[in-house]
Design a protein around this ligand. Structure first.
Ligand SMILES: [Mg+2]
Length: 254
């Protein structure tokens, strides 16, 4: 069991949130439900958080969602989520019914150019790697030396990141370039509308989660995981804190 003690203001906000008739419990995956790991493929969810989300998803008038930067298919396999949990991949752009907008031939060609450029950058800096997703390409540098990571990211930022039609997402030790507009904020808006919920709680740890926090409204609860500037009203230190929040909400909803 976690020793995480949630602060009083957060506990009060969770109680107020849980008293709403119809709610959505949503979280980022990496760094929140799953601890950050050096190799993205090694990510494993905290069983407590997944259990809490699964229970929330079958509680009355309660919905659960994971909103991740990962390709939706990877989010599915890594999380092991049941069909009761809504999965949104590619930073909010990829739902069960596909992408918000279909990817054009031109966007496919642009994606191929970015892959090619990232592959040649990665070849020069040991420990960096390229991950292709359906509508974006990520350059990972977490396994590289500090100097190599900085140099590789610099080349990406001053190269393909500046091309027309490219949407840039900077994360912790990664740069991701998408050929479609992505936003976890828009994803939350869509879920809110589709599910017809009265309030949303969202937990996130990275730069891209700030777009989700920015779309929260009165009565919603935003929880930033870890350090760093944020628009979220509340904060927990780590994935154990996430588990504590999810278990608390789930207990209140049952
Ligand atoms: Mg994250």
């Amino acid at each position: 069991m976690s020793e995480t003690v949630l602060d009083e203001a957060l506990v009060a906000a969770l109680e107020a949130f849980s008293s709403k008739p119809r709610v959505l419990v949503a979280s980022d995956f990496d760094g929140c439900v799953s601890p950050i790991v050096s190799r993205p493929a090694d990510a494993r969810p905290n069983p407590r958080s997944m259990a809490a989300l699964e229970t929330a998803a079958v509680s009355p008038q309660t919905y659960a969602a994971l909103v991740s930067g990962r390709a939706r298919v990877d989010l599915q396999s890594l999380s092991g989520a049941s069909g009761n949990i809504t999965l949104v991949g590619s930073h909010g752009a990829e739902f069960a019914d596909g992408f918000e907008s279909a990817i054009s031939v031109e966007q496919e060609a642009l994606l191929a150019r970015i892959v090619s450029e990232f592959t040649s950058i990665s070849a020069r800096f040991p420990g960096t790697s390229v991950e292709r997703k359906p509508a974006s390409v990520t350059l990972h540098t977490r396994m590289a030396s500090r100097d190599d990571a900085v140099a590789a990211l610099h080349l990406a930022e001053n190269g393909p990141a500046t091309w027309d039609g490219v949407h840039v997402m900077n994360g912790k030790m990664v740069i991701e370039l998408a050929v479609v507009e992505t936003s976890k904020g828009h994803a939350l808006d869509r879920l809110r509308g589709t599910l017809g919920v009265d309030a949303v709680i969202y937990l996130g740890d990275d730069v891209t989660d700030e777009k989700a926090f920015a779309h929260l409204r009165q009565g919603d609860v935003g929880v930033k995981v870890g350090d760093g500037p944020t628009a979220a009203e509340f904060r927990v230190p780590d994935p154990d804190g996430v588990a504590a929040v999810l278990e608390s909400v789930t207990a209140l909803r049952q």
